[in-house]
Design a protein around this ligand. Structure first.
Ligand SMILES: [Zn+2]
Ligand SMILES: [Zn+2]
Length: 227
C-alpha cells in the first residue's frame, strides 16, 4: 500500500477510479501475470509498472497511462514485489502458446530490467541482425546451440538475473512438462484461438507480409498441441 498521503489521495480520486474501471472493461477481469480469471473486484490490483512516487504521481504519462499499468491478482502483485527482496530467489517461467498468441506481449508487460528472455526468435535476430521473425534455416543449428547454452544457465541459475522467461511454442505436453521439470519452471499458457492468433499476426507490421507462412505455423502448432 502506498505510504505517501499524496499517492493515497491519487488512488482515491475519481480520475483514477474511472481510469481503473476503463482498463478493466477493456482488458477483462484477467490477471496479466498468471493469466487466470480475477473473480472479485476487490482482488483486482491495477499495478503501475513504473511505480508511483510523490514526484511522478501527477505526471499522467505515468499515473494514468494504460501502457504503464497491469491488472493483477493481489497475490500475484505481492509476488512481483517480493522479488526485489530476493526472498524467493530466481524465478523461471515457460511462456508457451501458438504463434500470434501474445507471448512476447505478455513477457514485455511482465519483465523487469534484470530479467533474461530465452527465445529462438530473439536469438536469430541477435546473431543475424535481420528483422525479428526472419529466420534463415541454414542458421538453425547455431541458434539452437546458443539456446541450449542459455537454457543451461537457467537450469543452473548461473549469474545474477531475477527472472528467466523461456518463450516458445512448446505444443507437446510431454516435452513441455519435462522441460519445466528440468528448469524448475512454472508454465504459463497464452491461450488463444486460431482466429485470434491470425488476427493478431495480421495486425503486426513485422509479420504482415508473411501471412501465408504464419497461417501454416499456426495450423501446425494446433496440430501438435496436447494439453
Ligand atoms: Zn494472478
Ligand atoms: Zn506494484
Amino acid at each position: 500500500m502506498a505510504k505517501y498521503a499524496i499517492i493515497k489521495s491519487f488512488y482515491a480520486s475519481t480520475r483514477w477510479i474511472k481510469f481503473r474501471a476503463m482498463i478493466i472493461a477493456e482488458r477483462g477481469m484477467k490477471c496479466e501475470k498468471c493469466l487466470k480469471l480475477i473473480t472479485t473486484d476487490k482482488d483486482a490490483e491495477l499495478d503501475h509498472i513504473i511505480e508511483l512516487t510523490p514526484d511522478n504521481v501527477h505526471d499522467v504519462s505515468i499515473s494514468l497511462n494504460p501502457d504503464n499499468v497491469r491488472l493483477l491478482h493481489h497475490d500475484c502483485h505481492d509476488a512481483r514485489h517480493n522479488r526485489f527482496g530476493n526472498v524467493k530467489g530466481k524465478q523461471v517461467y515457460i511462456v508457451y502458446g501458438c504463434p500470434g498468441s501474445g507471448k512476447t506481449t505478455y513477457v514485455n508487460r511482465n519483465r523487469e530490467r534484470t530479467d533474461i528472455i530465452v527465445c529462438m526468435d530473439n536469438l536469430f535476430n541477435a546473431i543475424t541482425g535481420l528483422p525479428l521473425h526472419d529466420k534463415p534455416d541454414q542458421l538453425l543449428s547455431n541458434v539452437r546451440a546458443i539456446h541450449t547454452a542459455l537454457l543451461d544457465q537457467v537450469k543452473t541459475r548461473y549469474g545474477k538475473w531475477s527472472t528467466a522467461w523461456v518463450v516458445g511454442g512448446y505444443a507437446d505436453k510431454y516435452k513441455r512438462e519435462k522441460l519445466a521439470e528440468e528448469l524448475g519452471a512454472e508454465l504459463i499458457y497464452c491461450e488463444c484461438s486460431k482466429e485470434e492468433a491470425m488476427a493478431r499476426i495480421e495486425m503486426d507490421d513485422r509479420r504482415r507480409n508473411m501471412i501465408a507462412e504464419y497461417r501454416k505455423y499456426v495450423d501446425e502448432w494446433f496440430g501438435r498441441y496436447t494439453c
